[in-house]
Design a protein around this ligand. Structure first.
Ligand code: SAH
Length: 374
């Protein structure tokens, strides 16, 4: 048996079935065996390809959005540029390259990166150095460790989907927690056990028996801290992620239903319980819940808008024309990558972008699409 599976088994022996968030915390974040702690999850294992790895244009346009907002705020002399989960540093490098010609912007940057993977930290340092060797980034293991002394510009692409969720299942009394237990042959299996419940709400009674509901105290905690920081020091945050798809005919738009926890092992979908520590685990992001958190924290949210709409408004099609003209031999490759980012059947609508600012602050570029209700 793999070491992490054995450790999780021991934990279950001691305390009984564990909740999904505890399992995800072990499988992704265990200091030695966690998936995001060891090696390069992007590398030969090729577990996933993210937007910045698909095309340089993604990071360039995120950079444009941030630079535009810096100008809208009157070019503050110092800003903290924070990226949560920078991966290989590709987005940051593309963003920095694209904003190099904005007078005064790079001189104002104080780079702060939030990362738990030391192998990736090294790659991020190299990527940033290759664009601007004057910048001296600082790393932190959690967002709340980032100092808040200047306006903050925060980016997180595919960061929230790796933060732990909890799952609940509709039974006769309401919503009871879904947990993970050992099965007869020593592997792991989902169970509905124990008495942990979500506080009852009338709308829960309308859910069919067996429906799964996901909540993420970790994401909401992150967004709550982010909103409080922005209220304190000003700035902008862009959160980009695979959005929870509420069924179109749902009678209960305020509740995200369905099991979205997914494992990817060596590029293939797998049971989330099959390879703890070796598989990537993600769950779709309930942006409606995050908007409620932002509102409760007294900050302003913009969107979410589809990634396609966001990138179009920032001029992705113009950028495509320029790139295909300057590198004609790569034109079809460039265009195919851009289609992947913006087409509705690809990432264009599945991925959504939510912006946060303090209340009363200017509107960031890319958010002209009307906001969803609720
Ligand atoms: N933003 C990058 C990488 C996305 S993968 C891209 O778009 O390509 C998720 C990233 O978040 C990885 O860098 C991973 O190491 C980091 N990460 C995952 N969980 C984390 C946590 N709890 N705290 C900080 N970083 C985390």
């Amino acid at each position: 048996m793999k070491p992490l599976e054995a450790l999780i088994g021991q934990l279950i022996d001691v305390q009984g079935p564990i909740d999904v968030a505890t399992y995800m915390t072990f499988a992704l974040g265990h200091p030695v065996y966690g998936y995001y702690r060891s090696g390069d999850p992007f590398g030969a294992r090729g577990d996933f390809v993210t937007a910045p790895e698909i095309s340089q244009v993604f990071g360039e346009l995120v950079g444009l959005c941030l630079a535009d907002y810096w100008l809208k705020l009157g070019c503050p002399a110092r800003i903290a540029l924070v990226e949560c989960g920078p991966g290989r540093g590709t987005l940051m490098a593309d963003l920095l390259r694209a904003t190099r010609t904005v007078p005064g912007l790079h001189e104002a940057l104080d780079l702060q990166l939030v990362e738990i993977n030391s192998a990736l930290t090294t790659r991020q340092a190299q990527a940033i150095r290759s664009v601007n060797s004057e910048l001296a980034p600082a790393w932190h293991e959690a967002f709340d460790k980032v100092p808040a002394s200047a306006p903050m510009f925060v980016i997180a692409n595919e960061f929230l989907d790796a933060l732990p969720i909890r799952q609940y299942v509709r039974d006769a009394q309401g919503l009871v927690e879904r947990r993970i237990d050992k099965n007869d042959d020593g592997g792991l299996a989902f169970v509905v056990a124990g008495r942990s419940r979500l506080p009852d709400r009338p709308e829960f009674r309308e859910l069919p028996a067996g429906t799964i509901v996901e909540v993420s105290p970790a994401r909401e905690g992150f967004v709550d801290t982010l909103a409080a920081r922005l209220n304190e020091v000003g700035g902008l945050a862009l959160l980009i992620d695979y959005a929870h798809q509420a069924p179109a005919d749902t009678a209960l738009p305020a509740i995200a239903t369905g099991d979205t926890l997914q494992g990817i092992y060596r590029g293939e979908k797998t049971s989330p319980l099959a390879h703890p520590g070796l598989a990537d685990l993600t769950a779709q992001v309930d942006f409606a819940a995050l908007r409620r958190t932002v509102r409760a924290a007294g900050a302003r949210s913009w969107g979410p808008v589809g990634q396609g709409a966001f990138l179009r408004e920032l001029g992705i099609e113009l950028r495509e024309q320029v790139l295909t003209k300057v590198t004609p031999d790569r034109a079809s490759e460039v265009s195919a990558a851009i289609r992947r980012l913006i087409d509705p059947g690809e990432m264009g609508e599945l991925f959504q972008v939510l912006a946060l600012t303090p209340e009363g602050a200017p509107q960031p570029a890319g958010f002209d699409t009307p906001e969803p209700r609720g």
